[in-house]
Design a protein around this ligand. Sequence first.
Ligand code: PNS
Length: 161
Amino acid sequence: MTKVVCPGSFDPVTVGHLDIFERAAAQFDEVTVLVTGNPAKPSGLFSIEQRMELISQSIKHLPNVKVDSWSGLLVDYTTAHGITALVKGLRSSLDYDYEVPMAQMNRRLSGVDTVFLMTDEKYGYVSSSLLKEVAKYGGDISGLVPPAVYKAIQSLKAKGN
Ligand code: PNS
């Protein structure tokens, strides 16, 4: 049984992330989307619980995908849960440069491998931070986030956030 984790901040989850979850679900037996704290991004638009709920609503069509959260070292989670590999999307050389040290550190710490899937060309420019900025200034992000996320962002904007 191959158990993998897709880790990330997911603030919020995008259609690019969802594409990676779907492709991981087709390759591996069990996929856990793990909402993980990133010390470089201390405060977010959505709480960890809200991010998990938005992911849950977006993966209903994927029976072998579940969501969890973790606030410690990623490798402590993967070791405790018998995870075979981490699965991440790569959009560009910027992602590559950011991901390589983490992949090597995680492997050094625990032996866990990281499998990279090339982001679909349709989603190469999609990032949570860019979408938040576009939405903040009134730009249209429909089609770039799952419907549940679109609704949640509209509702935050209606409340003046
Ligand atoms: O979506 P992000 O913010 O790029 O994801 C980065 C994330 C959450 C995967 C990374 O910050 C992480 O692994 N955090 C957990 C703490 C940890 O294990 N840090 C050491 C990484 S080598």
